[in-house]
Design a protein around this ligand. Structure first.
Ligand SMILES: Nc1ncnc2c1ncn2[C@@H]1O[C@H](COP(=O)(O)OP(=O)(O)OP(=O)(O)O)[C@@H](O)[C@H]1O
Ligand SMILES: [Mg+2]
Length: 383
């Protein structure tokens, strides 16, 4: 699909070409059929707005429900994102990655077609209109965390060449009717040539989720996704945004908020109050510890996604993998001690004066609120 943008679909054609080659059954759509499916891209069909453009709900004449992402403006940057997204999507196939249904690349338009996800994005449930309904119980949250991690594991370790997503965040985790997560949006993805451990690139992604070495020096590796995943995991567990605006206007990152509580072993104070105490305590501890490992400042100390998945699955390595990676890490030792301390049921015996940070947060002033664009006006319109 390297020449994706050169494939044109005419606005006059009624039927798009069926390509269906490769690993998934995607095809080229015509502008006319997408126009018809989305009610002329009507405001009522709008599911959301992102950096690329608007996303519309659509229903094809055969009943297939789709989501159509329509490029806002045609410029080189947007064209590149479109090409990367289509190129990458054409290569991946995994139960936790949102695959490509097709696309339309005419003279004036660029549109990407996906399967419609009836439960929209994780963002909608954690911070949008439906948060009050608490559809995200603990079991679903853990399923979303594990599924997203499995999608990332596939990108980092299974597909060739390996892929770094670079924009892991709550709005890019979509939820199907069973709340199975599908990681979406590969417009910023980077394909990693074999043997390359990291590259230096222009920084893309969303503030609040960016690994420090990437935000500051543009150093990108799989570990940047691991960091973003750690932030996402904290978000899933706490129900808090990666960056919060405090009353005086200052901003606080989720790591800054959780850090002192983790150090003191106050795991139960970290968990989202909307769960009303309905959570599995061991899983909670494990999830927080995994998140804390992922958001360490030094990329080499973070686990890889294989380790993250097995830790989240609760397999043997509880302690083992962590110990292995954190042997010489003072903070990591504290985490391990913490784990044991909280196992004793004494979550509060840490002295605050010794609370020297388990992972160290980024400077608050440098960060912006990634949510200010979203009004979340569209939940459940189409269900
Ligand atoms: N396949 C889909 N099914 C249902 N809803 C979708 C689908 N794709 C996107 N959406 C909705 O549209 C919203 C906007 O998506 P989009 O990817 O354009 O922007 P974003 O993720 O919020 O920001 P960014 O441009 O930085 O990725 C999502 O948050 C989600 O609610
Ligand atoms: Mg997105």
């Amino acid at each position: 699909m390297g020449s994706s943008t050169s494939c044109c679909c005419s606005q006059e054609d009624d039927e798009g070409s069926k390509i269906g080659a490769g690993n998934a059954s995607w095809r080229i759509f015509t502008y006319k059929e997408l126009h018809a499916a989305t009610n002329g891209f009507s405001e009522n069909n709008e599911l959301g707005e992102g950096g690329f453009g608007n996303v519309y709900y659509g229903k094809m004449s055969d009943g297939l429900q789709i989501a159509v992402k329509k490029l806002k403006s045609m410029n080189q940057k947007a064209e590149m994102e479109f090409a990367v997204e289509v190129e990458v999507l054409g290569r991946v196939q995994h139960k936790n990655l949102l695959g490509l249904r097709g696309y339309c690349a005419g003279a004036e338009q660029r549109l990407i077609v996906y399967d419609y996800m009836p439960n929209l994005s994780l963002l909608t449930h954690l911070h949008g209109q439906v948060t009050g309904e608490v559809q995200l119980d603990w079991k679903r949250r853990m399923k979303i965390a594990l599924g997203s991690a499995e999608g990332l594991l596939y990108l980092h370790h299974e597909v060739t060449p390996h892929i770094i997503h670079r924009d892991i965040k709550a709005s890019n985790v979509l939820l199907d009717s069973d709340f199975e997560p599908l990681v979406a949006d590969f417009g910023f993805a980077k394909l990693i040539p074999e043997g390359v451990s990291h590259m230096t690139t222009k920084v893309k992604g969303t503030m609040g989720y960016l690994a420090p070495e990437y935000a500051m020096w543009g150093k990108v590796s799989e570990s940047c996704d691991v960091y973003s995943f750690g932030i996402l995991l904290l978000e899933i567990v706490t129900g808090r945004k990666p960056i919060e605006k405090l009353p005086g206007g200052a901003k606080r990152t989720i790591t800054e908020w959780t850090e002192p509580l983790i150090v003191k072993g106050r795991f139960k104070d970290i968990v989202d109050p909307k769960l009303r105490g309905n959570f599995d305590e061991n899983q909670l501890k494990q999830a927080i510890l995994v998140a804390a490992l992922c958001v360490q400042n030094e990329p080499e100390k973070r686990p890889n996604m294989k380790e993250v998945v097995s830790l989240l699955q609760g397999y043997g390595p509880k302690g083992k993998v962590m110990r292995m990676r954190l042997e010489s890490d003072k903070n990591g030792d504290d985490l391990m001690a913490l784990d044991q301390a909280s196992d004793d049921g004494d979550g509060n015996h840490y002295d605050e004066s010794s609370a020297y940070g388990v992972f160290g947060a980024m400077e608050v002033q440098k960060l912006q609120d990634p949510y200010k664009r979203y009004g979340d006006r569209r939940m459940a319109k189409h269900r």
